[in-house]
Design a protein around this ligand. Structure first.
Ligand SMILES: *[C@@H]1O[C@H](CO)[C@@H](O)[C@H](O)[C@H]1NC(C)=O
Ligand SMILES: *[C@@H]1O[C@H](CO)[C@@H](O)[C@H](O)[C@H]1NC(C)=O
Ligand SMILES: *[C@@H]1O[C@H](CO)[C@@H](O)[C@H](O)[C@H]1NC(C)=O
Ligand SMILES: *[C@@H]1O[C@H](CO)[C@@H](O)[C@H](O)[C@H]1NC(C)=O
Length: 310
């Protein structure tokens, strides 16, 4: 690969862990009365913790544009969801005259920042695979309206897929869904509920978790007794096995300090797809696996061997 890897995004689920700890440590160590207050706070504040869309601080007002990264052939999107939100995103066209104009990667980002922060990743995918890339910003993130929650993000993902299905230049395209961290959970749900349609040709999962509830005890230690009250579940370990035909690439950073790589191993184990591929990034941490040697080569081989040949 000739491109140098993109700089790693510098925020992640880690930031939610940090704010959760700052937020909860004091009350949880104090009297039981305060602990009750803390549980209430966790219950009502969990959306802020799980979807830290104001990290970094200007993430709602400063969304980098593809032009800043040398991409000229793109469309800035603002698409309506059936429940009335307006979602921001970008559609980056395949470089002209390149191989796979009939392939589109639909990207779902992690839980902090906005789509602009992931443009360097999209650019490598677009150049290296020669495909279209659609980047969606979930409700409540960047320039999208609304407030994020699990049901809402599922609607957002479906809206993005439907947009590709209706768009003239992608209506007959093979679609590969790619999700990092929280985006992996979003991607799993979308593919599971659309597999029958036959137009999803691949799923790429990077450093994602078994379920949010299982993540809480270690990512928010003070909240370990409260996991059962978490209303955001994202039960990937139950949903992933429903996917049986779409080929799936698992990219696991073995130095992931936020989501133990064993979560990825376990997801791979329960995966029922007849074509599932396991690849590791031996030095990959939670938010820099994308910059590890081999990352995009693994995606390239997966696309060539599992997606385009079938
Ligand atoms: C990952 O994110 C955390 C939390 O925001 C940050 O402290 C850390 O430096 C990041 N790591 C890398 C390798 O970018
Ligand atoms: C693109 O791929 C789809 C699905 O495999 C196929 O039906 C369609 O004919 C292809 N279009 C072109 C222009 O190759
Ligand atoms: C998955 O990750 C969570 C959160 O760190 C951890 O508590 C749990 O043990 C992991 N499960 C497996 C099977 O790796
Ligand atoms: C997935 O495979 C397991 C066995 O590994 C089986 O118990 C389960 O029913 C399968 N699920 C689906 C949805 O096919």
């Amino acid at each position: 690969m000739s491109e140098s890897p993109p700089p790693p995004p510098s925020w992640s689920i880690a930031s939610m862990a940090n704010s959760a700890v700052q937020f909860l440590r004091l009350p949880m160590l104090a009297s039981s009365g305060l602990a009750v207050v803390a549980s209430g706070l966790l219950y009502f504040k969990q959306n802020e913790l799980i979807y830290p869309r104001n990290i970094p601080a200007d993430a709602r007002t400063n969304v980098p544009k593809p032009r800043q990264f040398g991409i000229d052939d793109f469309e800035e999107l603002q698409i309506r969801t059936p429940d009335g939100e307006s979602l921001h995103g970008f559609f980056l066209r395949a470089p002209s005259k390149q191989s796979h104009q009939n392939l589109t990667v639909l990207m779902f980002h992690g839980n902090a920042g906005n789509v602009g922060h992931r443009i360097p990743i999209a650019k490598v995918l677009q150049d290296f695979l020669g495909c279209h890339v659609m980047m969606l910003e979930y409700r409540g993130y960047g320039f999208s309206t609304g407030v994020p929650d699990e049901d809402g993000l599922k609607v957002d993902a479906q809206t993005a897929l439907d947009h590709l299905r209706q768009r003239a230049e992608t209506a007959n395209s093979r679609i590969v869904v790619y999700g990092q961290s929280l985006g992996g959970a979003v991607a799993i749900n979308l593919v599971a509920s659309n597999e029958e349609n036959g137009d999803i040709a691949g799923l790429i999962l990077e450093n994602t978790f078994l379920s949010i509830r299982k993540l809480i005890p270690s990512v928010f230690p003070p909240a370990r007794y409260l996991a059962r009250f978490c209303h955001q579940t994202w039960t990937s370990e139950d949903v992933l096995p429903k996917i049986t035909k779409v080929p799936i690439l698992f990219l696991s950073g073995l130095k992931d300090e936020i989501i133990p790589p064993s979560n990825m191993t376990q997801l791979f184990a329960v995966c029922n797809s007849t074509r599932k591929i396991w690849r590791t990034l031996p030095n990959g941490a939670h938010n820099d696996s994308v910059a590890e040697p081999g990352y995009f080569e693994h995606i390239h081989s997966f696309i060539t061997e599992e997606v385009l040949k079938h």
